[in-house]
Write a protein that binds this ligand. Structure first.
Ligand SMILES: Nc1ncnc2c1ncn2[C@@H]1O[C@H](COP(=O)(O)OP(=O)(O)OP(=O)(O)O)[C@@H](O)[C@H]1O
Ligand SMILES: [Mg+2]
Length: 287
């Protein structure tokens, strides 16, 4: 089987002696098309925004559970370094292009999208000047609720259908990180994501809460059309590639498919074990 040597080579070349973020590239906008018109922020006053974020019910992360699920970037530690690097590059690109919405995507299941989305979100949240919102759009197999150990029943898909106010399904960690999650799966998720209602709900949410970054966890591109259906509503996509598993030809195909619809902000090589010990990388979170 053709392996992902090409990507690995690219990763090696892109390294500059620093700790490996395994981000093959964080590139310039690849799709010089029309920009998504970001909704006008309606809560402009900082203290009003702070108050609005404070109203979201908060939960304390259970450190043991986070560790078990390889979510380590909620605190500064060596394992968080690749995500901090990813964060810095991401924020630079978002600011430069005036973007907010990032989809975490991959071709196949199990590449590490959810784990990366969560680590990236926690890493971003350590930057106190940022507000971050994470939306679990893998509505066929939502997993963030389980990973985070959330007991409260939340079903953000109900909000996307305008059956419930969104705030009923939001959960906050710390001051500046809010999750919009699903305890169970939702039917007709592709249709839901393509619909004008979901689009309006997300626009309203963005306008009211004014997050600096909105991270969308998505299902694998190869398993459904949910992600493709949603791509015109985001500003950019981060493509996850599972080392030693994803074929280079599949990465190319997937990247082209994404690039035809949105801006591919970067390709992340995940679960990478091939390096010598002195190079200090390995699996993300293999502690
Ligand atoms: N860098 C890594 N090192 C070790 N294990 C990892 C790494 N990234 C992800 N995993 C593990 O791989 C499994 C799949 O990860 P995750 O659920 O994040 O993938 P996914 O792409 O979201 O999957 P799906 O497509 O099913 O939603 C999990 O058990 C996760 O802990
Ligand atoms: Mg997932």
């Amino acid at each position: 089987m053709e392996r992902i040597q090409v990507a690995i080579e690219k990763a090696r070349k892109s390294r500059d002696g620093s700790q490996e973020p395994k981000t093959v590239n964080m590139r310039e906008k690849t799709k010089p098309s029309e920009k998504r018109a970001a909704p006008e922020t309606v809560t402009s006053d900082e203290s009003a925004l702070d108050a609005l974020w404070k109203e979201v019910p908060s939960l304390q992360p259970d450190a043991k559970r986070l560790h078990r699920n390889r979510i380590l970037a909620y605190r500064s530690c060596p394992e968080a370094a690749p995500y901090d690097m990813m964060r810095t590059k991401l924020v630079q690109q978002l600011r430069k292009n005036d973007w907010r919405r990032v989809a975490i995507t991959s071709d196949a299941a199990g590449s590490g999208k959810t784990m990366t989305a969560l680590n990236l979100a926690f890493s971003l949240a350590r930057q106190s000047d940022l507000r971050i919102m994470v939306v679990d759009l893998d509505m066929r197999r939502p997993s963030m609720v389980r990973i985070l150990g959330i007991q409260k029943h939340v079903q953000f898909s109900e909000a996307l259908e305008e059956r419930d106010p969104p705030e009923e399904h939001l959960i906050r960690y710390g001051r500046n990180l809010v999750f919009a999650l699903n305890s169970g799966s939702a039917r007709h998720s592709a249709e839901l994501l393509q619909g004008i209602t979901a689009s309006r709900v997300l626009d309203d949410l963005e306008a009211r809460y004014a997050p600096d970054v909105m991270i969308f966890d998505t299902p694998p591109l190869s398993s459904s059309d949910d992600t493709l259906a949603f791509l015109d509503q985001i500003d950019c996509a981060l493509l996850l590639v599972e080392a030693e598993k994803t074929r280079a030809s599949d990465v190319d195909k997937c990247e082209q498919e994404l690039a035809a619809r949105t801006n591919v902000i970067g390709v992340v090589l995940n679960k990478c074990r091939y390096l010598e010990r002195s190079e200090a990388y390995g699996y993300y979170g293999a502690t």
